[in-house]
Design a protein around this ligand. Structure first.
Ligand code: UTP
Length: 279
């Protein structure tokens, strides 16, 4: 059974400078809710209440967000504004939050390995909050937890991306075992379009079995001295222990300016403008 969700959130978010100079990228709001809260809500929907953050310098706002803010709450108590805090209070009351720090930015694989002390020896989920997934009947992690309970192996979320974008993603190849589900047998990190074996990309949702930590420890740093999670999962794939899942829903790459704006428009149009129209 999966109980824990790890949020690697130590990256610098340089694409959003200067906004991210003193504020974590994960706290950027899509309309009125920070990216990281969307992610934690998706984890809760999947039944994961044990939330672990791999954070870094300058990320304290994340801890403060998932805590009570006494002065503010006292100020607005009993006013119409109080309802604006209902969702986050709900989140806080349902979860436990633990934190560890990645002191050097040595890549996503290294960030996940840093989270080992929060996870221990059990299967767990990883959610990258800058990949915002919306609009499915069910959250993507909930879809993946269901699959894990049937197959008991690592599962990665997949999406077809335009050919000219393959250099931004881990790219996979595998055999379809049922519609939307493949057994992964090849993985390549950020290939140039002409070298990419497919256009099926890994996006920021993973369920990993805990042997991934041992594999990560033995994984050599690649380009830029970073330890790639793709290389470690590729080792599990060689043993036939990785499924790729073409999830239902829509993903916004909120790590990029275009994706962030698209997500903002989508959430505003689906949630807020309708609420306004209804008065
Ligand atoms: P990105 O490379 O997209 O994030 O990493 P970034 O480095 O923050 O953004 P840019 O490119 O400078 O704008 C994907 C995810 O992995 C985490 C990031 O926080 C992000 O959620 N990450 C990446 C770490 O936690 N540690 C790392 O060393 C690298």
């Amino acid at each position: 059974m999966i109980r824990k969700c790890l949020f690697p959130a130590a990256g610098y978010g340089t694409r959003f400078l200067p906004a991210t100079k003193a504020m974590p990228k994960e706290m950027l709001p899509i309309v009125n809710k920070p990216l990281i809260q969307y992610g934690v809500e998706e984890a809760i929907e999947a039944g994961l209440r044990n939330i672990g953050f791999v954070s870094g310098r300058g990320k304290r706002a994340i801890e403060d967000h998932f805590d009570v803010s006494y002065e503010l709450e006292h100020q607005i108590m009993g006013t119409s504004k109080e309802q604006l805090l209902h969702e986050i209070r709900d989140v806080i009351s349902q979860c436990t939050f633990s934190y560890t720090r990645q002191t050097e930015m040595k890549g996503l694989g290294h960030a996940i390995l840093t989270g080992e002390s929060l996870i221990g020896r059990e299967p767990f989920a990883v959610l990258l909050a800058d990949d915002l997934c919306l609009d499915g009947e069910q959250g993507v992690l909930a879809q993946m937890v269901k699959l894990y309970n049937e197959h008991h192996c690592s599962i990665i979320a997949l999406e077809e991306v335009p050919r000219d974008q393959t250099h931004r993603y881990g790219i996979v190849v595998g055999d379809e075992i049922e519609p939307g589900l493949i057994r992964v047998n090849q993985m390549v990190e950020k290939p140039d379009p002409q070298d990419a074996p497919s256009n099926t990309a890994i996006i920021g949702r993973y369920i990993l079995t805990p042997d991934i930590f041992d594999i990560l420890r033995a994984t050599q740093p690649g380009i830029g001295g970073e330890i790639q999670i793709t290389d470690a999962i590729a080792e599990q794939a060689r043993q036939g222990r990785v499924l790729g899942y073409k999830f239902k829903g829509r993903r916004f790459d909120c790590g990029s300016i275009e994706g962030f704006v698209e997500a903002t428009n989508f959430v505003y149009n689906t949630k807020f403008s309708r609420a306004d129209a209804a008065g």
